[in-house]
Structure formats: structure tokens, C-alpha cells
Design a protein around this ligand. Structure first.
Ligand code: SF4
Length: 124
């Protein structure tokens, strides 16, 4: 129901499942994220980079399927670096790949309970 995207997004409320962080993918960060995350972890930016960051195709990357697949997700589904999380994490579920077709949206509904609830609230 792509035509209802804006209504569904405005009805969306995160339910804290952490599932969007568990999806296999690459989490890229910029310098400002690096500095904020380092401060949250009580580390210098250099120390943070040496500990958590790998370079992948020129991007600073804090999670990937082979390197830290759970990123900074804790056992109780909290992001340890929430205040410094990158733009892609902040904009979920407003990602182009989710809204490119009804099929892609249906797949994401299976991942995210908050999106599923918003979808049913708007679409029925
Ligand atoms: S930075 Fe935080 S919100 Fe983003 S994927 Fe990692 S654990 Fe999840």
C-alpha cells in the first residue's frame, strides 16, 4: 500500500524489538557519528575507530554481516550509542528499499512490529 506511505509513517511507533538492527546489512557512519559514539562509550575518537570501525569501500563501517553483525544492540534490544546513531538508523522505516513495492513493504512488515501495527491501523 505504497500510496498510504505518509499515513503509515506518521502512525509508526517504534516498539523496541531491535529487529531493524538485526537485519543483515552495513551500518556506515560519518565523522560526527564517530565523535558522538566515542563520547557515549567514554573513548577517544581514535580509540573508538580502532576498536569498532572497519573501512568498507571507503566508508567507516560499524556493523556488517561479517563484522559485528549485532552492531551496538544490547541483549534487551537497546542501542548502546542511540544518541549518536547514524542517519539511516534515525530514518527507519522511511527507507527507499522498503517502499519500492508492495512486496518489499510486506517483507518489512514481517520484520518490524511497529511498522506492522501502523500498517494495520491505516490500511486495516
Ligand atoms: S547504530 Fe544503534 S540503532 Fe543503528 S543499527 Fe547499530 S545498534 Fe541499531
Amino acid at each position: 500500500m505504497i500510496s498510504k506511505k505518509l499515513e503509515i509513517l506518521s502512525a509508526f511507533k517504534c516498539q523496541g524489538s531491535g529487529n531493524c538492527c538485526r537485519v543483515e546489512g552495513f551500518v556506515r557512519i560519518k565523522q560526527d557519528n564517530l565523535e558522538q559514539m566515542a563520547a557515549i562509550k567514554g573513548m577517544s575518537p581514535m580509540e573508538f575507530k580502532a576498536t569498532y570501525v572497519v573501512m568498507d569501500r571507503g566508508w567507516m563501517t560499524i556493523a556488517s554481516p561479517r563484522h559485528r553483525p549485532l552492531c551496538f544492540l544490547t541483549e534487551d534490544n537497546k542501542c548502546e550509542v542511540y544518541e549518536g546513531r547514524p542517519k539511516a538508523c534515525r530514518s527507519y522505516p522511511d527507507w527507499p528499499e522498503i517502499w519500492e513495492s508492495d512486496d518489499s513493504l510486506m517483507l518489512e512488515l514481517a520484520v518490524c512490529p511497529g511498522l506492522r501495527a501502523a500498517y494495520h491501523e491505516v490500511v486495516g
